[in-house]
Design a protein around this ligand. Structure first.
Ligand SMILES: O=C(CO)[C@H](O)[C@H](O)COP(=O)(O)O
Length: 145
């Protein structure tokens, strides 16, 4: 899978760890920054990663911050992106099964590194259920057209 990844300073360490994990799994990763723990403004980095999904340059995106809230907000402003803020394995599973989330947001200050990797693995491997959930996604898209 082609995966775009981005963080701010608060998500930088998990970004580096998750990039290594994705490479081990054989995924192709494009890092949209940031590139250090020096304070920066997350929209500058998150938006290009989300746009990569919207324009077909990436299959999925992972965005990382301190809480992950602002990162999910930025990603969800990009049409066609469905970004799920996940803090445990169940929210990651539901983000895929019910929301067909093509973007994952995690807060480095909220979850352990071990849990972050488990969240990533679940989000990568869980299929979308379709059915009534596709109808709801269609309603979301229609409402924001
Ligand atoms: O999670 C975030 C946004 O939702 C950011 O990582 C967080 O706001 C950064 O805060 P600070 O500049 O105080 O490190």
């Amino acid at each position: 899978m082609k995966i775009a990844i981005a963080s701010d300073h608060a998500g930088y360490r998990y970004k580096e760890r998750i990039k290594a994990h994705l490479a081990e799994l054989g995924h192709e990763v494009a890092d949209h920054g940031c590139h250090s723990t020096e304070s920066c403004d997350y929209p500058d980095f998150i938006r290009p990663a989300a746009e990569a999904v919207a324009n077909g340059g990436a299959d999925r995106a992972i965005v990382l911050g301190g809480s992950g809230n602002g990162e999910a907000i930025v990603a969800n402003r990009v049409r066609g992106v469905r970004c799920a803020l996940c803090w445990n394995v169940e929210t990651a599973e539901l983000g895929r099964r019910h929301n067909n989330a093509n973007c994952l947001s995690i807060g480095e200050r909220q979850v352990s590194e071990e849990l972050a990797l488990a969240i990533v693995d679940t989000w990568l491997t869980t299929p979308f259920d379709g059915g009534r959930h596709q109808r709801r996604i269609d309603l979301i898209d229609a409402a924001s057209a």
